[in-house]
Design a protein around this ligand. Structure first.
Ligand code: KIV
Length: 267
């Protein structure tokens, strides 16, 4: 099993891993305890995603998540780990207004939050912002396909890139982000053949979520794979039932307290 003695993962490593055919492993993390466990499991990248709004803060979408929310959780994650590359999400409307707004928001994530890279949703419309961030030393990961921050415009959490026109637009967005200097791209909920086409067209790696097996890496929401969140997307795989185990453990504890079985003796 990988140990945390290995050197930290850095953004430029990913392009090399793609060239070598080494698959990239990313999971979300929002707190120090989970981040430490995921590091022990050998996960390469930890994403402090704005999905924290749904799985940690109880919102129905990622739209209400603020920069302060992400900074708070990014700080907990980055403090806890050494090897994984910590990527933090720029939340909805925290960066699109101007280059200055994007730079200030990235500064919060990296300087206050301790992230080593930022992720942002959008294609050609944000390419200029990506270019400027990269020019000044901010590693940027793109995010195309189902971009959850646009849920109200998309009309729900729907699969994207299904028509020939949408597929061409997504490919153009991907190339624009690569040209702007993004070091990797998340492709969310798009048909596998389109993800394969984008992956082959790019030198930077693609990291898929509901985008089939041909991407250069995969990402999932940790709460989904651990059975800790009730509403799991169809493409996620549940690797453990920790939600059920938690209810059982807490019920046993409650029963022991009520029956006077815990604590067993003083001290
Ligand atoms: O916020 C998030 O967790 C994400 C992943 C689902 C890619 O953007």
């Amino acid at each position: 099993m990988p140990t945390n003695q290995q050197r930290p993962v850095r953004a430029p490593d990913l392009r090399r891993w793609k060239a070598d055919g080494r698959k990239i492993v990313m999971l979300t993390a929002y707190d120090a305890t989970m981040a430490r466990l995921l590091e022990r499991a050998g996960v390469d990248l930890l994403l402090v995603g704005d999905s924290l709004g749904m799985v940690v803060l109880g919102y129905e979408t990622t739209v209400p998540v603020t920069l302060d929310d992400v900074v708070h959780h990014a700080r907990a994650v980055s403090r806890a780990v050494r090897r994984p590359l910590v990527v933090a999400d720029l939340p909805f409307l925290s960066f699109q207004a101007s280059v200055e707004q994007a730079v200030r928001a990235a500064a919060r994530l990296m300087q206050d939050g301790g992230a080593a890279a930022v992720k942002l949703e959008g294609g050609r419309s944000v390419a200029d912002l990506v270019k400027r961030l990269v020019e000044i030393g901010v590693p940027v990961m793109g995010h195309l396909g189902l971009t959850p921050q646009a849920v109200h415009q998309l009309g729900g959490f729907r699969r994207q890139g299904k028509t020939a026109e949408a597929a061409e637009a997504l490919l153009a967005d991907a190339l624009a982000l690569q040209e702007a200097g993004a070091f990797a791209l998340v492709l969310e909920s798009i048909p596998g053949p389109l993800a394969e086409r984008v992956t082959q067209a790019l030198e930077i790696p693609t990291i898929g979520i509901g985008a089939g097996p041909t991407c250069d890496g995969q990402v999932l929401v940790t709460q989904d794979i651990l059975g800790l969140y009730d509403s799991i997307p169809p493409f996620a795989k549940v690797y453990a039932e920790l939600g059920r185990a938690t209810v059982e453990a807490a019920s046993s504890y409650a029963e022991d307290v009520r029956q006077g079985r815990f604590p067993e003796s003083e001290g």
